[in-house]
Design a protein around this ligand. Structure first.
Ligand SMILES: Nc1nc2c(ncn2[C@@H]2O[C@H](COP(=O)(O)OP(=O)(O)OP(=O)(O)O)[C@@H](O)[C@H]2O)c(=O)[nH]1
Length: 371
């Protein structure tokens, strides 16, 4: 295989793009409830929401605008736009693919943010990759859009069961992929479970994705600012501090009852790193390329089924420069943080989420950053 063919080119984003957040989540977890709330609440954002169905929105004060083509009257039933009193624009389209987004972008100017519900598109990875990296897309409708982040709604009632079922398959299950690939997690329907159950599920989620902030919600009630404009793909990652570390399971070190997720499903690897000189930066880059592109360690060590779904990090050089690592599957970007960021942390941090991130992989990475 010619590796050069496989190297993805990252798209340069211009500033006047409309940010887009992908909302994924388990079936019935509360994605539509969250979106409907956003569509009716006064929050000051002009958000275009793409969802597959309106459901019972008769109570939403709105006028229906039919944008279907006169040449294609059959499209009438499947595409609808509602302009809402709070400035939001609701877009109901059966297919949430490119065509839907193209239709929406014809109304550019009517909104300054897009929320995309991924009903029927269980794994957010491919769509996140499309907005982030796909050059063909970027030269078309994508030139007006920038990926802001991925939000996952987890059902507090059934999330635990879902994760456990997914963890028993050889392949990484959908719910685990969703949690792994997200930048913000909503643990919804918290009103329906006992605190101890919620804590248990939170631990399982933390084990899969320790890097995403988690909000416990009832009917998706939270500050809209917690899920929009988080700039997950363009700023320094904000690693949450977990208050209950005895609950938060650290991958690779915990042998509690939940460690079977690590064996069968996916786990995370977190490594703090001191400031790095150029040589170590180069080695780190080579390590990331090997792991993300070739699914193996640079020294050629075969690690069982190594596969990274998501990575994030902050790396600080000896010169005080800060680089942000962002990765979705095989794509990654290591970009210099602009001077507008005040204050340089003393150490960096790297988080990898995926399969096969065992102690051998940890040691290989630690050897580079700590040597
Ligand atoms: N008690 C309770 N019910 C909720 C909550 N959030 C949503 N629901 C209910 O759960 C059901 C499913 O919610 P939806 O918002 O349709 O879920 P969804 O994720 O969009 O579902 P799909 O599109 O089918 O995947 C609905 O009956 C909601 O009213 C919550 O926090 N608490």
């Amino acid at each position: 295989m010619d590796l050069d063919d496989e190297i993805p080119t990252l798209v340069e984003h211009s500033n006047d793009r409309v940010p887009l957040t992908i909302i994924c989540g388990f079936l019935g977890a509360g994605k539509s409830t969250l979106l409907k709330r956003i569509l009716t609440e006064r929050h000051g954002y002009r958000i275009a929401v793409i969802m597959n169905e309106f459901g019972d929105t008769a109570d939403i004060e709105a006028k229906t605008i039919n944008v279907s083509s006169p040449d294609d009257p059959t499209a009438e039933a499947s595409e609808e736009f509602l302009e809402l009193a709070n400035g939001c624009l609701c877009c109901s389209i059966k297919d949430v693919g490119i065509a839907a987004i193209e239709k929406l972008m014809q109304r550019k100017g009517a909104f300054d943010y897009i929320l995309l519900e991924t009903t029927g598109l269980a794994d957010p990875g491919p769509i996140a990759s499309m907005f982030w990296q796909n050059e063909e897309f970027a030269s078309g409708v994508g030139k007006d859009i920038v990926l802001d982040g991925v939000v996952c709604v987890v059902d507090a009632c059934f999330g635990q069961k879902q994760i456990e079922e997914d963890a028993t398959y050889d392949e990484i299950g959908e719910s685990i992929r969703q949690i792994a690939g997200s930048d913000v997690i909503l643990l919804n329907k918290i009103d329906l479970v006992e605190p101890v159950e919620a804590a248990h599920l939170e631990s399982a989620i933390r084990q899969i994705n320790p890097a995403a902030p988690l909000h416990k919600t009832v009917r998706g009630q939270l500050d809209v600012g917690s899920i929009v404009n988080i700039e997950a793909y363009s700023t320094r990652p904000k690693f949450p501090v977990h208050g209950h570390d005895h609950n938060a399971i650290r991958a690779g070190h915990d042998h509690s009852e939940q460690s079977h997720y690590e064996l069968r499903g996916i786990s995370s690897l977190q490594v703090t790193c001191p400031t790095l000189g150029q040589e170590k930066m180069d080695k780190l880059d080579a390590w990331i390329r090997s792991v993300l592109w070739e699914n193996q360690l640079p020294e050629g060590t075969q690690s069982s089924e190594l596969q990274v779904l998501r990575c994030k990090g902050l790396v600080i050089t000896d010169a005080g420069d800060q680089y942000v690592l962002q990765g979705v599957r095989s794509m990654y970007d290591m970009s210099l943080v602009g001077e507008e960021v005040v204050g340089v942390p003393e150490q960096g941090k790297l988080v990898f989420i995926g399969k096969g991130l065992d102690l051998v992989v940890r040691k290989s990475l630690e050897d580079i950053v700590n040597s």
